[in-house]
Write a protein that binds this ligand. Structure first.
Ligand code: ATP
Length: 247
């Protein structure tokens, strides 16, 4: 569903993203992990086609995001780091507006707004102005926007940042439930979140991919012989430490 080859982004003389090659199959939920400045946000912006690459290619559902942006973007739902909300709009107005921008047919808008707002739990605040929402609800509206049109691929930049623990659990459950039907790639710096939500982990360090595997695969490779359970996340921190600070 997502095919990335030789993807590189240079800002002046520095590579923020350096020669990434990977594939994500339909229905997988992949967590993008890395320390601050590793290139997570830049990678996600490249995958959407909004940020032009210096080199390499990205195909989503078979469409090249740089060469065939319209077809590719129709298959992508994107939650940027800061959800783009208009203060003067109600949640309903915001979602309708975003759906129109995505090219959804007018007749389908009310049902689609209803569907995504129920999925993300914002159906109780549809008539509130977005400016008056808490950070958690703004984030949910951002996720609802990404879900409009039922895209094959969801690209979520730090989807649970700013949420309280209960909301985090709800959004986590939501993301998990989206896997299978949707292909999801999300960035996070919270290791437990990735361990609990994702089927695979892609680790970035200084723009380079230093690990890409299932959790079981990472454990087998980096902590051979160790028995770990998924609610003990210390092991993931240990693996992460090995990958981002190479011995
Ligand atoms: P964080 O966890 O802090 O959000 P990140 O992993 O998302 O970090 P990026 O935001 O992708 O990292 O940044 C990767 C590198 O690219 C950083 O060194 C950053 O300063 C640089 N960078 C990102 N965008 C630009 C830009 N528009 N111009 C110049 N440098 C940039």
């Amino acid at each position: 569903m997502i095919e990335v080859s030789g993807l590189t982004k240079r800002f002046r003389d520095r590579a923020a993203v350096d020669d990434l090659t990977f594939r994500i199959a339909r229905g997988e939920v992949v967590g993008l992990l890395g320390p601050n400045g590793a290139g997570k946000t830049t990678t996600l912006r490249l995958l959407t086609g909004f940020l032009p690459a210096t080199a390499g290619s990205v195909r989503v559902a078979g469409f090249d995001v740089f060469e065939e942006p319209r077809q590719a973007r129709r298959r992508i739902g994107y939650l940027p780091e800061v959800p783009p909300l208009y203060d003067a709009m109600t949640v309903r107005g915001q979602l309708r507006f975003a759906a129109e921008l995505k090219g959804l047919r007018r007749a389908l808008l009310p049902a689609e707004v209803d569907r995504v707002s129920r999925l993300t739990g914002v159906n109780g605040v549809l008539d509130r102005l977005t400016v008056n929402l808490s950070k958690g609800f703004r984030q949910r509206v951002g996720i609802a926007q990404a879900l409009l049109g039922d895209p094959d691929v969801l690209i979520l930049d730090e989807p649970t940042v700013g949420l309280d623990p209960i909301q985090i659990r709800e959004v986590r459950d939501l993301i998990r439930s989206l896997g299978g039907r949707h292909t999801v790639i999300l960035s996070s710096h919270v290791l437990p979140e990735v361990a609990m939500t994702c089927s695979k982990v892609l680790v970035l360090n200084a723009g380079r991919m230093v690990g890409f595997d299932t959790l079981d695969g990472l454990i087998a490779r980096h902590l051979p012989g160790r028995t770990v359970t998924l609610d003990d996340i210390a092991f993931l921190e240990e693996i992460f430490g090995k990958l981002v600070i190479p011995a």
